[in-house]
Write a protein that binds this ligand. Structure first.
Ligand code: TYD
Length: 227
């Protein structure tokens, strides 16, 4: 049994490019934790709280595009600040694990390393928005963007992309290759926090690999009985 006095709730984030299967693995991980009677909440960025969801809608509809990536980085950070204060921190302090589909590495990868926003601004926004709540573990799902692209297009037709206006998915392949390198660079610079998992495998195989990483990082989990 998990020694609840000796262990604390962990903050786990999933990162990666478009179409790598993050959302499915976030759901599966929360289920795996719940099956072991470990309370866990699933959340996402941008979003997670009503105010942050409003920022999400504003950005993903393309309304902030004309402001440029610097202002967008500030908007993502504003949403994150609310998400951390209203959802992430309170849940962790009540003993619930938090699993987020994207977090601050997305700002560093999309707006910073790929979008050209100065690293000093990215660092400052991260310090401000995280308020000390760095993830305990970040899983970066890595996939050749050409394969990921095909998966996204199978999921959503070009017409529906235009209809939903999710403009980040419309960038070209070269841009996605740079985005992939950005996430890999983040992993190299944060080896203690990040684990890169090749994502071009079945959902079941990926789930097993994710759980393997979890039990290696948090050995107390391995002893938990499964309901
Ligand atoms: P979403 O539909 O959630 O995409 P995905 O399923 O790939 O996570 O849209 C979120 C988009 O916002 C995605 O393209 C990544 C982008 N994004 C940033 O550019 N910066 C950020 O800080 C975050 C959190 C997301």
């Amino acid at each position: 049994m998990l020694d609840r006095t000796a262990s604390r709730a962990r903050f786990i984030t999933f990162e990666g490019g478009e179409g790598v299967g993050k959302s499915t693995q976030v759901k599966r991980l929360v289920n795996s934790l719940s099956r072991r009677a470990i309370p866990a909440v699933r959340t996402r960025e941008p979003g997670g709280t009503p105010k942050a969801e409003a920022v999400r809608a504003f950005i993903l509809q393309g309304r902030s595009e004309q402001w440029g990536p610097g202002a967008e980085a500030v908007l993502f950070a504003a949403a994150r600040l609310d998400h951390v204060n209203q959802l992430i921190a309170p849940n962790l302090s009540s003993g619930r694990w938090v699993v987020s589909d994207r977090f601050s590495d997305s700002t560093r990868a999309y707006q910073g390393l790929t979008g050209g926003v100065d690293v000093k601004l990215i660092d400052a926004l991260e310090t401000l928005a995280l308020d000390g709540h760095k993830p305990d573990l970040t899983i970066i799902l890595d996939m050749d963007p050409e394969i990921a692209f095909r998966r996204v297009l199978e999921r959503e037709t070009e017409a529906s992309l235009v209809a939903t206006g999710d403009r980040f998915e419309k960038e070209d392949l070269d841009w996605h290759r740079r985005l992939r390198e950005a996430f890999l660079a983040i992993a190299r610079n944060n080896v203690e926090r990040c684990a890169v998992i090749p994502a071009n495998q079945s959902e079941d195989a990926l789930e097993i690999e994710v759980w393997d990483v979890l039990t290696r990082r948090f050995p107390e989990l391995a002893a938990e009985p499964v309901a």
